[in-house]
Design a protein around this ligand. Sequence first.
Ligand code: MG
Length: 237
Amino acid sequence: MLTVRHGCATDVGRLRPENQDSMHAGHGLFLVADGMGGQPAGDQASKLVIAELTALAQPISRPALEAGIRRANDRLLAEGRQDPDRYGMGTTLSGLAVLDTDQWAVLNVGDSRVYRYADGRLAQLTVDHSAVQALVDAGLLDARAALRHPRRNVVTRSLGTQPPPVPDIALRDPVLGERFLICSDGLTNELSDAEIGSLLAGAEDPQQAADQLVEQAVLAGGRDNVTVIVVQLEGIE
Ligand code: MG
């Protein structure tokens, strides 16, 4: 049995007319979905996927989590076929789930992210499914240049596609005191890892940490919707 404390915050930012990010935090499930811009109904896509996963019976098994992600993908496709205004809708999905084995499942489809913060160090746990990440992996682009690359918003894996995307799912044993950050790219496009790490170090309370991260991302430009969940492991029984 894991005892966690969490905080969460979201903001539309300074440029976008609406917030197409959705999130869920609580009951062993912490999820951020970033509805895809440039496509119809991004906000509905992200909401649908979160709703599908929060309906999973607790405690969640790994196969049930995988099936839930698959079902969410099918539902986006089905609803898109029925309604031309929503045809092609899609979303990213990143998060953390407490499994029935008392392990964390770190999951990702797209370019939202999960980080771990422990012992004063911030580590990115997920790998973006994006065009620029593919260039970085191939040694053709460094991480700094990736932030300004014209194709930085192009995701190579998302929910709402056929064939269904294969989610990255990694299991981790819990470590007392560790913190996780789940966020949409509206955070990481505005703040560096060093800035994110120092904000996490300075805010004891996870809600305060989430509020400050979102506030700083908006101050730094707020060019996209920003969503942040901070999860803190307080007890293992
Ligand atoms: Mg975004």
